[in-house]
Design a protein around this ligand. Structure first.
Ligand SMILES: NC(=O)c1ccc[n+]([C@@H]2O[C@H](COP(=O)([O-])OP(=O)(O)OC[C@H]3O[C@@H](n4cnc5c(N)ncnc54)[C@H](O)[C@@H]3O)[C@@H](O)[C@H]2O)c1
Length: 478
């Protein structure tokens, strides 16, 4: 795979000022598959200066100009989907079929939704004699994770362009080459110099420099709650807006009496896709005590039947988890589940049979998990499911809400009964007999899962400031 040893700043690929090389390790082979250069605060200064200059004109563009630009970006993006998918599969281990469809494919969906939302977005509204105007906030830093790397990048870049902001992207150092290909997409689409900039780097280096930078108006952050808090603290001195899309531990309530053969597969698929490395994965399955043991048996069989293998081959299997640190963390949490008294239904410690190399994890199910256990509270980010028995509906809601997170919640069963629960769940998205993202619906968390909302018109709103114009005024960009 190609190495990317430069940053993309002010419309050109440029060397880092003082950056050091960083090997990208394939989680399937444990070998170096590519290399980037971790940028520096000097690179951030240069990118911010370019983005500030570009904002003077890009912030004044018309809706039609930005729509035409987004159309060009979509076309350029489509041409690179195979390259983006391959990069994702190699660098973070998502099997190539899912990397092509769900991962790389999501880029077209997000850019398309940004374009559709921009078409009739209300940038101004009259209030009596006066006018409320929504304007681009300015220069935005986009900090993204490795798990759905392109989905997270494009969910920010599309609305950011639509709003008229200029930006600096810092992708995860774990999945940096798909982001570099995305910068090539922006170059090919003719995005004006300085509007989109890419600075590769890690959290303590480039991430911190972005969060603290006085020339940046907003940080749009997706990642762990731990890092999101550090970003907000570092951004506080410059009073920049911080939008946080953070971790999750989503409950999946199986309503009492629901036939299990229909209710279970959706939740199982939601955990296993991407080897459990999805912020909104339904990783706690809440089952009435009368159906708990049967559900555990059935889910255990489904997990045991899931093949695990090479991400570069087509098929229904799952791949490895992203890196050794993550593999070690998951092993530690599986051990905690055993130590704290949960019932190990299938999977467990170590690699699956026949996979001695690569960060592969056994699809693992625990049952009889109680809310006080570590595996009921912490985001594991691996193919590990906790099945938790509940007494009655109130108990299910209490358990569902009993973590610091509030990203997603799932309900399987009778829609009338589900409807009574929806309003009691402290989560930013509730999936009723459904799963998967809907790209024009707002996406974001309650509680420590964050404070932002992304996707479509809600994504555009994130990147706008509100201006009151008191008195006679005729907006040009209504
Ligand atoms: N809510 C959502 O929309 C959403 C979507 C995807 C992933 N996530 C979450 O992301 C996490 C997994 O991703 P990850 O391991 O890459 O997360 P992470 O927090 O380790 O890293 C995310 C990004 O933040 C950067 N970063 C790390 N420390 C930083 C700091 N101190 N200052 C500035 N930047 C810093 C990283 O370099 C990376 O680019 C999970 O918790 C997952 O739930 C949330």
């Amino acid at each position: 795979m190609k190495s990317y040893l430069q940053n993309y700043i002010d419309g050109s690929w440029v060397d880092s000022e003082g950056g050091v090389g960083h090997p990208v390790v394939s989680p399937a082979t444990e070998d170096t598959c590519s290399q980037i250069v971790l940028g520096t605060a000097a690179d951030v200064d240069r990118a911010v200066a370019a983005a500030r200059r570009a904002f003077e004109s890009f912030g004044q563009t018309t809706r039609e100009e930005r729509m035409a630009l987004l159309e060009r970006v979509i076309e350029a993006y489509k041409a690179r989907i195979p390259d983006i998918a391959e990069a994702i599969a190699v660098e973070m281990g998502c099997p190539i079929s899912t990397a092509s469809t769900a991962q790389a494919g999501s880029g077209v969906a997000h850019l398309g939704q940004a374009l559709a939302a921009l078409k009739d977005f209300a940038f101004s509204e009259s209030l009596g004699e006066n006018t409320v105007v929504r304007e681009p906030i300015g220069v935005v830093a986009l900090i993204t994770p490795w798990n759905w790397p392109m989905n997270q990048i494009v969910a920010k870049v599309g609305p950011c362009l639509a709003a008229g902001c200029t930006m600096i992207l810092k992708p995860s150092e774990e999945a940096p080459t798909s982001a570099a290909i995305f910068a090539e997409v922006m170059e090919a689409a003719g995005v004006p110099a300085g509007v989109f900039n890419l600075v590769q780097g890690d959290g303590p280096g480039v991430g911190t420099a972005l969060a603290k930078h006085p020339g940046i108006d907003m940080i749009s952050f997706t990642g762990s709650t731990r890092a999101g808090i550090m970003v907000a603290k570092n951004a506080a001195d410059t009073v920049k807006r911080v939008s946080q899309e953070l971790g999750g531990k989503s409950p999946n309530i199986i309503i009492e009496g629901t036939p299990l053969d229909a209710a279970l597969p959706g939740g199982v698929g939601g955990v296993l896709i991407n080897s459990g490395q999805s912020c909104v994965a339904p990783t706690r399955m809440l089952v009435h005590k009368s159906q708990h043991d049967e559900a555990a048996r059935m889910v255990g069989e489904m997990f045991a039947a899931k093949p695990v293998g090479d991400p570069m081959t087509e098929g229904p299997h799952i791949g490895p988890v992203v890196n050794k640190a993550q593999w070690d963390k998951i092993q530690g949490l599986i051990q905690k589940g055993i130590d704290e008294g949960a019932t190990l239904v299938t999977g467990g410690l170590g690699r699956p049979d026949g996979l001695e190399r690569g960060f592969y994890v056994k699809p693992t199910v625990f049952s009889n998990v109680t809310p006080d256990m570590t595996i009921a509270q912490e985001e594991i980010f691996g193919p590990v499911l906790a099945i938790m028995p509940y007494e009655d509906e109130d108990d299910a809601v209490r358990i569902a809400n009993d973590t610091p997170y509030g990203l997603g919640a799932y309900i399987a069963g009778d829609p009338a009964k589900a409807s009574k629960i929806v309003g009691k769940l402290r989560a930013g998205a509730v999936f009723v007999n459904a799963g998967g993202l809907v790209f024009d619906m707002p996406f974001g968390g309650y509680k420590q899962s964050g404070n932002g909302r992304e996707f479509g018109k809600f994504g555009i709103e994130e990147f706008l400031e509100i201006k009151s114009v008191i008195g006679a005024y005729q907006p040009e960009n209504a």
